[in-house]
Design a protein around this ligand. Sequence first.
Ligand code: UFG
Length: 343
Amino acid sequence: MARILVTGGTGYIGSHTVVCLMQQGYDVVIVDNLSNSNIEVLDGIEKIVGRRPDFENVNCNDYVNMERVFTQYPDIQAVIHFAASKAVGESVEQPLMYYRNNLGSLVTILELMLVHNVPHIVFSSSCTVYGQPDKAHLPVDETAPIQKALSPYGNTKQINEEIICDTCHANANLHAIILRYFNPIGAHPSALIGELPNGVPNNLLPFVTQTAAGLRDKLRVFGNDYNTPDGSCIRDYIYVVDLAKAHVKAVERMLAGLPTDQVEVFNLGTGRGLSVLEILRTFIKVSGIHIKYEIVGRREGDIEQVWANPKKANEVLGWKADTPIEDVLRSAWNWEKKLRGIE
Ligand code: UFG
């Protein structure tokens, strides 16, 4: 079976993807510098799969050590590139750190893929590239216009997509699948791996589960005066395990030589938009825990509403995100309980 190099493989989406790949029989080597993840994730992966992935503690920006990885594992047939800094607010404060990390790592990987004749890359992009689509483009498909990024983080995703397109254009053997994620949430059903936010979570779900666990006093709902049915923002929340499976489909498609374009782009979402208040209500229902919340002002830079048209991924990748939201929220709560030792 082929070996896949997974950068950022101890991170949130990366670790779930490593599990899916290994369960399909792939060999995996993870490259991660543990800047925003934990070495114990490898134990969780091993418990779930029954095998431990190879692991190299290397910064993807470090050409010399990345070269060593490519040399040490000559059977790498494809790369899934997750490794990136991803906090929107931090990127506004430290843009150069974001440009160096997120652009430099992709450039390094592409250079080494060309040197070592590794022809396939799957890249983690984001629906952030669409900004706030106009009504005519909701739900968003892959043809919706790219809009100017609202943060350096978002800009690195856009520039990285361009770097991939330009590099493929110049190298006929190189193929890429760009996956634009909507809002990944939830944890593996085993509760052995999940999201591990640093400090106070920015994202909705970890904040909700930490509030339910008593770590936070109350959830602040950022705005109820949006032009949506209940006034709160709408997103397409996608189960992280469903998302992970899409990566396996993308790798399979490339290894089978099926792509019709050198660069293919897929939106990964459920096709259903849920509001912040709907998520909150459903979480309270499945967990049985009452969560204190307060409506506060809008958060700067928030998009009002965005959800995916996943038709292309459904039809071309043969993939669908179909885990019910109740099960997804339950998995997030089970993971939080496990982390905090709550029965
Ligand atoms: N929200 C709250 N309270 C909170 C946290 C979030 O009300 O404490 C709301 C937000 O205002 C938003 C929704 O919950 O309406 C979802 O917010 P998240 O921060 O979880 O997700 P975003 O859609 O804002 O951000 C995600 C990714 C980013 C990416 C961005 C744009 O986390 O990496 O989408 O695509 F940049």
